[in-house]
Write a protein that binds this ligand. Structure first.
Ligand SMILES: Nc1ncnc2c1ncn2[C@@H]1O[C@H](COP(=O)(O)OP(=O)(O)O)[C@@H](O)[C@H]1O
Ligand SMILES: [Mg+2]
Length: 233
């Protein structure tokens, strides 16, 4: 079953035609990866799903229902969380406040859910009272992903979580995503092919605002010609 489907989606930003007919699907409970060189339209695809750069035409379906005309503030309520590119943790708020701000219903994080989040990112426990601006890049990225977990959403869109991270942090992010994957569907934008191939089930490679090729990740791992052509691996 597909949790998300996009058909021939076009998006304009400031008059520029950025997405030129994106068609892709993400299967429920799987990890789908969006690959492609810089500027190929990966972030815009994520933003278009979230209604931040709305589609001008085409269809986006979440659990079979059209969402392409919904507003950006309505979409999270469907059960979709996003970790935007650039881990924008609020710098003057503590880690705890950053997490609480993400809560949609009520004013606190359920105990059980907090335990789950701390299980996935144990270092967060000791960072609770620290302000965003005093976190390292790796810690900020952890908080950014943790924040997307507080509402128990079914679909997580995560944009380049390993960008600029030290290898040891990349590895802990990989372990965290492998754990999160057990209970949520993930669409991941990732430039690090080795990282991507170690956790993904399916891939879509974007080029010039379109999907250039797609398939099972095993097939891509064995296809060096495609890796060279689209990814520069
Ligand atoms: N606000 C904007 N104004 C004009 N062009 C933009 C804007 N945002 C993105 N673009 C262009 O859209 C294209 C796709 O960008 P993006 O989706 O961020 O790519 P990726 O995430 O794959 O690197 C790029 O050519 C980028 O320059
Ligand atoms: Mg991007």
């Amino acid at each position: 079953m597909n949790i998300l489907e996009m058909y021939d989606v076009h998006t304009y930003i400031a008059g520029f035609h950025i997405l030129e007919g994106v068609t892709l699907t993400a299967e429920h409970s799987k990890l789908t990866i969006l690959l492609g060189r810089n500027g190929s339209g990966k972030t815009t695809t994520i933003k278009t799903i979230m209604g931040l750069t709305p589609a001008s035409s085409g269809e986006i379906l979440f659990q079979g229902k059209q969402i392409q005309r919904m507003r950006d503030f309505e979409i999270p309520w469907l059960g979709i969380a996003v970790v935007p590119e650039g881990r924008d943790v609020f710098s003057d708020l503590t880690v705890e406040e950053n997490l609480l701000l993400a809560v949609r219903k009520g004013k606190k994080i359920k105990k059980q859910r907090l335990d789950y989040i701390l299980d996935i990112f144990p270092p967060i426990k000791d960072l609770f009272k620290k302000k965003g601006k005093n976190l390292s890049g790796g810690e900020k990225q952890m908080v950014a992903v943790a924040r997307a977990l507080v509402n128990e959403d079914e679909l997580l869109l995560i944009d380049e979580p390993t960008k600029g991270l030290a290898p040891i942090m990349v590895e802990s992010m990989r372990l965290a995503l492998a754990e999160i994957k057990k209970e949520a569907t993930i669409i991941l934008v990732e430039q690090n092919f080795e990282f991507a191939s170690s956790i993904a089930d399916h891939f879509f490679i974007m080029e010039h605002g379109k999907v250039a090729c797609s398939g099972k990740i095993e097939d891509l791992v064995h296809d060096e010609a495609i890796q060279r052509r689209y990814l520069g691996v």
